[in-house]
Design a protein around this ligand. Structure first.
Ligand code: ATP
Length: 235
């Protein structure tokens, strides 16, 4: 479904990604593991069109999307929930969700998806009229995910969805990620919590200082000493 091929990405003179390649197959949950500053967000932003690779290519359903405008990429079926869950604070929950569907014109489909999002996140339904800036951190994460789903993506990119959330809520968010995947959406997940991420992912890539250093099935990586020592708390 998605093929990132040897991309180099720079911020000015600083190279943040060095010949990075990853592949995501339809229906998978793939996770990207790495320390702070390793280049995880940079890779996600390159896929969703917020950054342009200097070299290499990104193929989505066999078509190059490298360097295309972010809005074009959303229209093609890729939604990105950025780190820090940026909701529109002065708008209600409902209005934020409507904005997620701004690229669509199928009114009946949009209504269906409102219902689906409210089923997935009953909390958002209860708070549909509330100003988003007054939601709790966890509720804002749910809203950011709900808004991305309103574009009806085939590939959903999630950047640190559990950041700053209480453990119980982290479990809820991970369960919902699995439900979204089971309903047919492919997922690329970046997580600090590598153990949790591996527990739901099919495959994983490990990135260090802008390069992919390890990849494999979640089972293989969970068993790998290299990963255990560096990312899984050494247990
Ligand atoms: P974290 O887990 O801390 O979010 P990350 O793996 O997502 O880290 P990136 O945000 O992709 O890391 O950053 C990769 C490198 O690029 C870092 O060295 C970072 O300082 C640098 N970088 C990121 N954004 C910019 C920017 N706008 N301008 C210059 N350098 C940047």
């Amino acid at each position: 479904m998605l093929e990132v091929k040897n991309i180099d990405v720079y911020y000015g003179n600083i190279q943040a990604l060095k010949s990075v390649s990853i592949e995501i197959k339809q229906g998978e949950i793939v996770t990207l593991i790495g320390a702070n500053g390793a280049g995880k967000s940079t890779l996600l932003k390159s896929i969703s069109g917020l950054l342009k690779p200097k070299k290499g290519d990104i193929l989505y359903e066999n078509q190059s999307i490298s360097g295309k405008a972010a809005q074009t990429i959303v229209k093609q079926g890729i939604s990105h929930v950025p780190e820090g869950r940026r909701v529109f604070a002065n708008m209600s929950v409902e209005e934020n969700l409507e904005l997620g569907a701004f690229i669509r014109t199928d009114k009946a489909g949009i209504r269906d998806d409102f219902e689906k999002v409210f089923q997935l996140f009953p909390r958002l339904k209860e708070r549909a009229k509330q100003q988003s800036g007054t939601l709790s951190g966890g509720e804002q994460q749910m809203l950011a995910m709900g808004r991305a789903l309103m574009a009806r993506p085939r590939l959903l990119i999630l950047d640190e969805p559990s950041m700053g959330l209480a453990p119980l809520l982290v479990k809820t968010i991970f369960k919902i990620i699995q439900e979204i995947n089971q309903s047919g959406t492919t997922i690329l997940l970046v997580e600090q919590n590598a153990n949790m991420a591996l527990s739901i992912a099919d495959r994983a890539y490990v990135i260090e200082t802008g390069q992919i250093v390890l990849s494999g099935s979640s089972d293989e990586l969970t068993a790998s000493d290299q990963l255990k020592n560096a990312y899984l708390g050494g247990h």
